[in-house]
Write a protein that binds this ligand. Structure first.
Ligand SMILES: Cc1cc2nc3c(=O)[nH]c(=O)nc-3n(C[C@H](O)[C@H](O)[C@H](O)COP(=O)(O)O)c2cc1C
Length: 274
């Protein structure tokens, strides 16, 4: 029997009376990313089962518009870690997956059947990203279920001009996220989430209580997992200081453009985002 109230308290920092956590979903509430791995190998027989679980995710219209590149070659994984520069632990992962949105397969299938591909547009781009995210999420849940740890790496997009040729990504294919996979050296504490009152809307969208509820969340997070001034976002733009809460750190990050060349990169890969 799982301790549902304790899991909810760990996840949200507040009591959730009336919420009953079924045993089978308890591991999902307890999940977290893992950012350092032992040297123990991940056998292909297991990895392929996890990939099969990933491929079992739903896909828009059954089009299955994503691909995944499996990297096991340590020097190549380290190459990516080196390009990123600030996440050396990536190189401890025995497996690095790169989840890619893939419009190319559909284009090739149209060609194969002598039909035009008439859906090179923003909707298709979004569909590739959604299919890809769902598959990655299902992989992560499966990996956690067998005791493996994972961490998505959006930073592959920060070095897309080098990662893309390293993986030989052709036109119509882009890296959505990397994913480190390995046996955990340790598990970090659960990261506290926004209260459901901010995220879950009943029947109609309503964010009237955002300011109040986020201020309370900032307070709870500051108490449990304060951000060290040195770890704040964009310290080169805003002076680092003690006591910055989650919401201010979000604003510090979102106030500076990130990867503004991504749309241009996608166009070089044949995506028409109109
Ligand atoms: C799409 C995506 C990209 C991410 N990219 C990175 C990354 O580049 N580096 C990293 O250390 N963590 C990355 N993360 C992990 C998040 O930082 C992490 O999920 C978040 O801090 C919450 O922690 P938790 O997953 O343990 O609850 C990413 C997560 C997602 C979903």
């Amino acid at each position: 029997m799982v301790d549902g109230p304790a899991l909810l308290k760990a996840r949200f920092g507040i009591e959730q009376p009336g919420v009953e956590v079924p045993d089978v979903i308890a591991p999902l509430l307890d999940r977290r990313v893992v950012r350092r791995y032992t040297e123990q190998a991940v056998p292909d027989s297991l990895l392929d089962a996890l990939l099969a679980a990933a491929q079992s995710a739903p896909a828009k219209s059954d089009l299955q518009q994503y691909s995944v590149v499996v990297m096991r070659d340590a020097p190549r994984i380290k190459q990516i870690a080196d390009w990123i520069g600030t996440m050396d632990w990536i190189a401890t992962a025995p497996v690095f997956l790169v989840w890619c949105g893939d419009m190319r397969r559909g284009q090739r299938l149209c060609e194969l059947h002598d039909m035009p591909h008439a859906n090179n547009n923003l909707d298709t781009f979004l569909n590739t990203a959604v299919d890809c995210s769902l598959a990655m999420a299902q992989f992560m849940a499966a990996a956690e279920a067998v005791g493996l740890g994972t961490c998505p790496i959006s930073y592959v997009r920060g070095h897309i001009e080098r990662v893309s040729p390293l993986l030989g990504l052709p036109s119509g294919v882009y890296p959505m996220a990397g994913l480190t996979v390995g046996w955990p050296v340790f598990r970090r504490p659960v990261s506290m989430r926004l209260p459901p009152s901010v995220v879950v809307h009943r029947e109609r969208y309503n964010d009237n209580a955002l300011e109040r509820d986020v201020a309370a969340y900032d307070g709870r997070r500051r108490e449990r997992e304060p951000t060290a001034p040195g770890s704040l976002k964009n310290n080169d733009v805003y002076p680092p200081r003690e006591g910055v809460g989650w919401s201010e750190n979000v604003a510090r990050q979102l106030s500076v453009p990130e990867r503004f060349g991504f749309a241009a990169y996608l166009r070089t890969k044949g995506f028409d985002l109109a």
